[in-house]
Design a protein around this ligand. Structure first.
Ligand SMILES: C[S@@+](CC[C@H](N)C(=O)[O-])C[C@H]1O[C@@H](n2cnc3c(N)ncnc32)[C@H](O)[C@@H]1O
Length: 286
């Protein structure tokens, strides 16, 4: 879709992730492509595996996984604008023969039972009602198939002031996305996976954010520095044109400052959060 296909009013009325999709914001997870690649390794993705990426957004991480591991991949997301951009990305990267994107809801996945070897979420499960979503992920996994999650975690214990700030940041993100955003502890993530019935659950905690060393790869995957510059210009343009959009970005940067801090100065809260890579297997006899 061309940039000027929607009016400012229409853009203001888009849901948060449709808006991000419209802008073609590439990705959201704090561990960068390193975390995506590591998750692919933990899930033992290879050329014969059929992978489902739930909440794929504009397809940035999904296409990276498909290229890196040579797998078959389907990405679904509820945000139609994001799926349009994901389809364009797959075509641009010439991988549309083994990568498909479609609109789909994590709670009601448009697939038969036991379709996939691997189901992945990256910064998505933390926005979902876990019980309903994980039941659905299990349904579409084959026996012995692997679930892989890349999501934020928080420390079990932290000073009350920090816990208060974290809660406020969670509420801001929940408010702008209109989704039940919750940061769980590592122990809770483990419990979720085990209670859903996954076996051999492993949770790997990471506190280091995306490294600056990853920038060249990131810019290459985004489509070059020209594309990144255009994205920044579009964000500035919409923020200047619309108070609604400006407020969205203001709220978002406040939550981001609390959750991940600034590049050099880590906020007190950001020292108590990070991301987990979690994996588990669906039982092979069920
Ligand atoms: C933080 S973004 C992460 C996007 C992508 N995984 C990435 O790393 O770039 C969360 C995504 O989850 C999607 N989402 C939220 N609820 C969903 C649902 N019920 N079913 C499918 N996708 C959903 C949103 O539309 C959004 O694209």
């Amino acid at each position: 879709m061309a940039e000027n296909d929607l009016s400012i009013e229409e853009i203001e009325n888009l849901s948060y992730y449709d808006f991000m999709g419209y802008l073609e914001v590439p990705f959201f997870q704090i561990g960068g492509l390193t975390s995506t690649e590591r998750l692919g390794e933990l899930c033992q993705i290879d050329e014969v595996k059929k992978v489902l990426v739930v909440g794929c957004g504009t397809g940035f991480n999904a296409c990276y996984l498909a290229k890196k591991f040579g797998c078959w991949l389907v990405g679904v997301d509820v945000a139609e604008e994001a799926i349009k951009k994901a389809k364009e990305r797959a075509e641009r990267e010439n991988i549309q023969d083994r990568v498909e994107f479609r609109v789909g809801d994590a709670y009601d996945l448009p697939f038969e039972a036991a379709t996939f070897d691997v189901v992945i979420t990256q910064f998505v499960s933390q926005f979902l009602e876990m019980k309903r979503a994980f039941k659905e992920f299990t349904r579409v996994l084959k026996k012995g198939g692997c679930i892989g999650i890349n999501e934020m975690f928080k420390d079990k214990d932290m000073p009350p002031k920090v816990a208060e700030e974290l809660l406020e940041a969670e509420q801001i993100i929940g408010d702008i996305t209109q989704l039940p955003f919750t940061i769980h502890t590592s122990e809770e993530w483990k419990e979720w996976l085990e209670n859903t019935g996954f076996k051999g659950v492993e949770i790997h905690e990471n506190r280091e954010l995306m490294s600056l060393k990853e920038f060249p790869l990131l810019i290459k995957e985004i489509g070059g520095s020209g594309k990144l510059f255009k994205l920044m210009v579009r964000i500035m343009k919409y923020a200047l044109l619309s108070k609604v959009i400006r407020n969205r970005f203001k709220k978002l940067s406040k939550a981001k400052r609390v959750l991940v801090g600034a590049p050099i100065i880590k906020s007190a809260t950001s020292q108590h959060v990070g991301y987990i890579l979690g994996v588990g297997k669906k039982e092979s006899h069920k």
